[in-house]
Design a protein around this ligand. Sequence first.
Ligand SMILES: [Mn+2]
Length: 430
Amino acid sequence: MQKVSFIHAADIHLGSMVHFTGSPPNYLEEKINEAVFNSWNNLVELAILKQVDFILLAGDIFDREQRSIKAADIFYQGINKLAKENIKIFMIAGNHDHLQDYQSILSMPDNFYLFSAEKFESKLLMFKDFTVKIIGRSYASREETRNNLKDLQTEFANFSIVMLHTDLAGQGSPYLPLNKKEILTLSNVDYWALGHRHLPQLIDKKPTIAYPGVLQARDFGELGKGGCWLVELIDKEINKIEFKNLASLEFKKIIIKLTDESDLETFSDLIDILQKRIERLYLQADHNSIYLLEMILKGQHPISKLLSEQGSEGLQFIKDELNNQLSQAQLSVWIERIVDQCINEFPISKLEELKDNNPLYQELESLLVKLLADKELKNELLQEMGEIWTTRTNLEESNPLQFEVDDDQLQYMIEQSKRYILNNLFSGGK
Ligand SMILES: [Mn+2]
């Protein structure tokens, strides 16, 4: 019986940082700033602990094509450690670390192989009882449209792996325009080691099509635990595929429903309630991990009147109070933001009355419903909102001068507008 194991990772984005605001205490800030580098070190440790035979890195290992010296050095240290353990590394470059004008800063040891951007290449690994072939091609520039799979070497081994950096979005995508159906026309591939999507996904098992996602999340768009796939082959077949968490920091959204909170009259009460929720989270948490939190207040409660009166200053006050308590207790938790999404404080009975008898309110209500349902009207609204808003939610294309608005966000904005109109137009009774 021959056992072979490997790690499949991608999108490490070495050189990028975890996004946070405010000033966390020193003991946290340092760890937050090192989190992306640590995830790579954790991967190296896992590979050595499990004594894997090789590691696949499926693109966007560095955040920029001009690798920073710190990122290059930390990467190099890891590769060197792996060399001492005879662990091989195969890497393709993605859209972030493409090979246009690429020049290696440090000389890499022989256990490291970076696939060229010229054409698909293959590497054959010989084990005692079977062979493994690894095929890959790096991005030549920021966008990669060469999607002709016929270029792939067609002589396969006992177990064949193809590494691709693609969003699998098919036609029109600038990131290797292929879709699942198209890649499956190559029937001799056993494992599609993909990169580019930032959340882990095991799309199919036979053949295996997998995205590892990022090693370390860097913002609230990358919720959950980052990591890699650990794959074990026994006699040419996949025996086990396991997701391994390598992140030292996690982004978490917590929803707090205030509707049934009876002992809630002041901001002090609210701080107590939020503190209890954080304590509950912390009891179940992994104590080696840092948590960056978004706390979302929802439901209907008289306190929302106070919240909306005090606006963002009120929320900032609550956040600062909680963060102070957390750092005094030396907990590895930092609140990034508190969001007030409470439903308006308008009395329900009065709202019912408006619904039945007030033509102005009736018109408003039907317009708000239409805004979400009618595509044309929705687009018109987005245009009215101005160029600063965009519906494009492609991570790679994000523009710091624009805000992305998806359906949830739009619905929230419409609800907030409704609340504003109700309070200002109807609360006087006329
Ligand atoms: Mn990418």
